[in-house]
Design a protein around this ligand. Structure first.
Ligand SMILES: Cc1ncc(COP(=O)(O)O)c(C=O)c1O
Length: 398
C-alpha cells in the first residue's frame, strides 16, 4: 500500500468511527471507473453500491448540479422550489401509480416514512404491524433495522421498535401465517439485494398483492437498490404486472447527491397531513435537479434497454464460469443486478477481483454481487469477464 493511501486510511481511522473498513481512497471517477489517490484505476462494478447508474461524471448531471448550486442550494419546506415539483411530477408519471411523493435524503429515511405512513393509515383501526422478510435489508435507523430481519444488523440495538413480523421470502404460506388483526402492511424488496440478489417470483409478487387486497393491507415495495432502471424497468415491481400502494427509492435517483423518495398511489397520497412528517433537506433543489438529469439520461440513452441486453450478456459470461467451476453454484438476478453464488466465502472472490482492478460486492456470505453502471457496453464487459476469468483461475486453478 502506498504512502498516500495509507496516510488517508490512517487519518480516517484516527477520527472517524469504525463503522466501515475501507481499503481504497478514491480520488476521482469517470464513466465505469474510479481512480484511487495513487492513480490506480478500477472498474467500479458496485456503482458506489447502486448509486452511479449513469456512470461517474455524466456531463448532464454535473451541469444540472452546477447550475442549480449557482442559483440556490437550499430552501426550507416552509417554501417550495420548482425542481422538487418537477421531480415529483416525473416520479408520479414514470411510476404510473397516480399518487404523490414525499422527499427525504436516504433509503432508510424513505422506508421509515413508508412505515410511518402505513401506521398512520391504520391507526384508527389500531393496526400497526408490518410484515417484512428474512434476508431483507431496509436500512439502519431503528425502525428499518427492526424491519430488516437479519440478526447481524440488529445485534446490540435492543430494545428494537415493536410492530414487525417476519416471513420467508418467496413463500406465500409463511406470509399468510404472519398476517393477523394488527397487520397494516407488507413490505418487501422486489429483488432482495443485501440478502443475496434473490428476485421475487412472479407468483410471489402477485400473491402478496392478493393477500394485501383480501386483508385491506398496504403493499410497500423497497426499490432503494433495484430502482431507477437497474432491472430493465424504472422500478423492479413494474416487471411483475402488479402495482404496490407505496414504494421507496434512493441511491441511484440522485446520481451521487443524497436523496430519498416515498411514492404513493392515489389511496395513500394524502395520509400525511401538514406537520405529520418532515425532513429539513427533503426536496433539496440540487438533489432534485441531479435526479431530473439522471432520469433524463436514462430515458434518452436507452439505459433500461441496455441493462437488459448487457445484463443478459453478463449473465451468460458468469454462467460459463458456473459451468466450469464446481465451487460456483448459480447466477441470479435481473438486468444489471446480478449475483454469482459460490460455495466458499464470497469475500475471497471479491478480494481477488479487487487485486486485478475490479470492484464488486458481497451479498451475504456466499454471493458476489455486481451492480455496474447501466452505461456498461460490450467492450468493457469483455475486459471485465477476462479479469474475472483470471481471478477465478488464481483462486480455483485452471
Ligand atoms: C433495499 C435497500 N433498502 C434500504 C437501504 C438503505 O439505504 P440508505 O443506506 O440510503 O439508507 C438499502 C441500502 O443498501 C437497500 O439496499
Amino acid at each position: 500500500m502506498s504512502n498516500k493511501t495509507k496516510d488517508i486510511l490512517d487519518r480516517g481511522k484516527a477520527v472517524m468511527m469504525p463503522t466501515y473498513n475501507p481499503s481504497i481512497a478514491i480520488a476521482s471517477g469517470k464513466g465505469l471507473t474510479v481512480r484511487d489517490v495513487d492513480g490506480r484505476m478500477y472498474y467500479d462494478f458496485t456503482s458506489g453500491i447502486g448509486v452511479q447508474s449513469v456512470g461517474y461524471g455524466d456531463k448532464r448531471v454535473v451541469e444540472a448540479i452546477q447550475k442549480q448550486a449557482a442559483a440556490f442550494t437550499h430552501c426550507s419546506n416552509l417554501y417550495i422550489n420548482e425542481p422538487e415539483v418537477a421531480l415529483a411530477e416525473k416520479l408520479v408519471k414514470i411510476s404510473g401509480l397516480g399518487g404523490k411523493v414525499f422527499f427525504c435524503n436516504s433509503g432508510a429515511e424513505a422506508n421509515e416514512a413508508a412505515i410511518k405512513l402505513a401506521r398512520k393509515w391504520g391507526a384508527a383501526e389500531g393496526r400497526y404491524e408490518v410484515v417484512t422478510f428474512r434476508q431483507s435489508f431496509h436500512g439502519r435507523t431503528l425502525a428499518t433495522v427492526a424491519a430488516t430481519a437479519q440478526a447481524w444488523c440488529q445485534e446490540g440495538y435492543n430494545p428494537l421498535p415493536v410492530g414487525f413480523a417476519y416471513a420467508d421470502y418467496n413463500d406465500l404460506e409463511s406470509v399468510k401465517a404472519a398476517v393477523n388483526g394488527k397487520t397494516v402492511a407488507i413490505m418487501l424488496e422486489a429483488v432482495q439485494g443485501e440478502g443475496g440478489i434473490t428476485p421475487a417470483t412472479n407468483e410471489f409478487m402477485r400473491g402478496i398483492r392478493k393477500i394485501c387486497d383480501e386483508n385491506n393491507l398496504l403493499m410497500i415495495v423497497d426499490e432503494v437498490q433495484s430502482g431507477i432502471g437497474r432491472t430493465g424497468t424504472w422500478f423492479a415491481w413494474q416487471g411483475y404486472g402488479v402495482a404496490p400502494d407505496l414504494f421507496t427509492c434512493a441511491k441511484a435517483l440522485g446520481g451521487g447527491i443524497p436523496i430519498g423518495a416515498l411514492i404513493s398511489n392515489a389511496k395513500t397520497a394524502d395520509v400525511f397531513t401538514p406537520g405529520a412528517h418532515a425532513s429539513t433537506f427533503g426536496g433539496n433543489p440540487v438533489a432534485a435537479a441531479a435526479a431530473l438529469a439522471v432520469i433524463d439520461a436514462i430515458e434518452s440513452d436507452g439505459l433500461m434497454e441496455n441493462a437488459l441486453r448487457i445484463g443478459e450478456l453478463f449473465r451468460e459470461g458468469l454462467q460459463a464460469f458456473v459451468d466450469k467451476y464446481d465451487a460456483l453454484l448459480e447466477v441470479r438476478g435481473k438486468g444489471l443486478m446480478l449475483g454469482l453464488v459460490c460455495e466458499g466465502p464470497a469475500k475471497d472472490l471479491v478480494a481477488a477481483f479487487k487485486e486485478l482492478g475490479l470492484l464488486a460486492l458481497t451479498a451475504g456470505e456466499h454471493v458476489v454481487r455486481f451492480l455496474p453502471p447501466l452505461t456498461l457496453g460490450e467492450g468493457d464487459l469483455e475486459d471485465v469477464i477476462d479479469m474475472i476469468s483470471d481471478a477465478l483461475s488464481g483462486v480455483y486453478g485452471d
